[in-house]
Design a protein around this ligand. Structure first.
Ligand SMILES: Cc1cc2nc3c(=O)[nH]c(=O)nc-3n(C[C@H](O)[C@H](O)[C@H](O)COP(=O)(O)OP(=O)(O)OC[C@H]3O[C@@H](n4cnc5c(N)ncnc54)[C@H](O)[C@@H]3O)c2cc1C
Ligand code: SF4
Ligand code: SF4
Length: 548
């Protein structure tokens, strides 16, 4: 096979001898868990779809990807790609640009109109999903594919949750969002908009639903007590970003201060700039390294001229200005007031201090428990109330689109099993393919492909998308940088180096060999020398002691 970044050996033709009984170890082909797959919150088989992509089989790659996650074009734009943080290639040069390839596949599917595989036979079971954000939509998609009837109810005028009413269009264009949502609805998922659910138990009984998945997110902007003059203009970031989707855009003035250090603060400040503010300042009480915002978001905000004021809190707000106090970190790293204050000119103050969950719809649900403002769920994503499951921002976990999508998938599988009075069985977790298992000598250097970025001048006066995508040649290059950690990718090295011709090569893609691979060891000939293990680039073979 043609894999440009792996150097493979020519197949040898040594004379083979039957072994006899003196071999002490035998080689086995492994099924390992690549670290990228392990780190993806949506549970994607990244190595699997990269393998198809690097062979140019883009639709096959997309089909494998959407088995786990129906939103590749969205992921390729907003996921913080923990897969790349875990990627072994980072220890060689730079991580594989998994997220860029994912976006390429997602966009190709939209351009070419690829549809999801047909759904399973109807089960006759009805599931109510409350909330059409990423978690609810993901659960609806998986449940529908499993053959269930699904109704989604959402309080808002459009589906998407925070993907639409939080993440700005310059990071996630709305035509991409609309198209990936539509593809889910086309499976026959019913969507009822402008339909707020106020009482879950009543909605379940009235609609004759067999199970419910709650995914209402966290929408209430946290407030802090800040003394303010009567005409001070204070608004919350989530409200500001939500209003961006309406007809009337928010009026912020020329100088805007945003209070907070998370991703929402970055989006609010960058939005303020695009709305015409000459100055947007982020005020945060700790230092940059302690900011909860992702590095890339801080970088992009700085590039756009957002000013950052670290180690500062807001003491007072008035019309036209705010008073900030300088903080300093104590021995434990906690910010302490210094008493030193300063005035900043500000026409409006935007609070970006996090969000809380509106739990009022759960008042009448017996058995359901709440800790620290989020709903408790068990391993099956079920709340304390039988048949009512929950996921996304409203349960205890990291708050990201991808985690919410992963919860939707997990919940759907568990709901499906529960509806059949069974328990969903997780497959056994294979061993992790760590970097030390690789023979990196075989892989040549290949720097990561950089995505195109919109010119700064155009970024500041429009909501056009900032990051571009890869084209086919760069996507292919990027996919081929994958090292196939811990699993066979058919390079023929073992077949070529074995001095005893003990490696049998079966027809390509047959999976008829050992452990579902295309190769098998002929143990009548194998001496247990281990050269195949030494020369396997991806660490896909292990020597195991012979049973005595
Ligand atoms: C400004 C901002 C930017 C972000 N950027 C990113 C990013 O770049 N990448 C990333 O991974 N994450 C990002 N996040 C986080 C991410 O958006 C959330 O973690 C994710 O959307 C949570 O999904 P969810 O489905 O749980 O809830 P949501 O997306 O909040 O959706 C919940 C839905 O439930 C509906 N609903 C609420 N109450 C009711 C009710 N009673 N009845 C019916 N419907 C109801 C709402 O209308 C909404 O549509 C961002 C968040 C914000 C606020
Ligand atoms: S969804 Fe995120 S973590 Fe998963 S493969 Fe895509 S970029 Fe990586
Ligand atoms: S090199 Fe490939 S298989 Fe290995 S962690 Fe990176 S993307 Fe995954």
């Amino acid at each position: 096979m043609d894999k440009p970044f792996a150097i493979t050996l020519d197949v040898g033709s040594s004379l083979a001898n039957k072994t006899g009984t003196w071999r002490t170890e035998r080689p086995v082909y492994l099924n390992s868990l690549p670290p990228c797959n392990d780190a993806c919150p949506a549970g994607e088989n990244i190595q699997g779809w990269l393998y198809d992509a690097e062979e140019g089989r883009y639709q096959d790659a997309w089909r494998m990807l959407v088995r786990d996650n129906p939103f590749p074009a969205i992921m390729g734009r907003v996921c913080y790609h923990p897969c790349q943080t875990a990627c072994n290639r980072a220890q060689l040069d730079q991580p594989v640009g998994i997220n860029s390839v994912e976006r390429f596949l997602g966009d190709a599917a939209l351009t070419d109109g690829w549809a999801f595989d047909p759904i399973a036979t109807a089960t006759g079971k009805r599931v109510l999903v409350i909330g059409a954000g990423p978690s609810g939509l993901s659960a609806a998609y998986h449940l529908r594919r499993l053959g269930h009837d699904v109704v989604i109810r959402d309080a808002g005028p459009k589906a998407g949750g925070m993907m639409r009413f939080g993440i700005p269009a310059y990071r996630l264009p709305r035509d991409v969002l609309d198209a990936e949502i539509k593809r889910i609805l086309d499976l026959g998922v019913e969507l009822e908009l402008n339909t707020r659910v106020d009482d879950v138990a009543q909605a379940k009984a009235a609609g004759d639903f067999d199970a419910v998945f709650l995914a209402v997110g966290a929408h209430i902007g946290k407030r802090a007590y800040i003394p303010a003059g009567e005409s001070a203009h204070i608004l919350d970031a989530v409200g500001l970003l939500r209003d961006m989707e309406g007809e009337d855009k928010p009026l912020l003035g020329r100088r805007v201060v945003v209070y907070g250090g998370g991703n929402t603060a970055m989006d609010a400040a960058r939005t303020a700039k695009r709305l015409g503010a000459q100055e947007a300042i982020i005020v945060y009480r700790r230092t940059r390294d302690r900011m909860p915002a992702h590095d890339i978001e801080v970088e992009e905000a700085l590039e756009e001229g957002i000013l950052m004021r670290w180690l500062s809190t807001i003491k007072h707000v008035d019309a036209g200005h705010i008073t900030v106090e300088r903080m300093e970190l104590d021995d434990t790293g906690f910010p302490q007031p210094t008493g030193e204050t300063e005035d900043l000119a500000a026409d409006s103050l935007v609070l970006a201090l996090g969000q809380e969950v509106d739990l009022s719809l759960l008042d009448e649900v017996p058995g359901l428990s709440v800790t620290d403002g989020v709903v408790d769920v068990n391993q099956q994503m079920m709340t304390g109330a039988e048949g009512i499951f929950a996921g996304g921002d409203m349960v205890p976990s990291e708050r990201t689109v991808t985690v919410a999508i992963g919860h939707g998938k997990q919940a759907a599988r568990n709901i499906d099993a529960w509806l059949r009075s069974e328990a969903f069985e997780h497959p056994d977790r294979p061993p992790l393919a760590t970097f030390d298992r690789l023979n990196t000598w075989y892989y040549s250097d290949a720097d990561k492909t950089v995505r195109p970025t919109l010119d700064l001048a155009r970024r500041l006066d429009s909501f056009d998308e900032v990051k571009g995508g890869l084209d086919e040649s760069t996507a292919l290059f990027e996919a081929r940088r994958c090292l196939s950690c811990g699993n066979c990718f058919g390079c023929d090295n073992c077949f070529g180096v074995c001095p005893d011709n003990a490696v049998l090569k079966l027809s390509s893609g047959s999976g008829e060999g050992d452990n579902g691979r295309d190769y098998a060891f002929d143990l009548d000939y194998c001496k247990g020398c281990g050269i195949c293990v030494t020369e396997c680039p991806s660490g896909a073979i292990l020597m195991l002691p012979e049973q005595t």
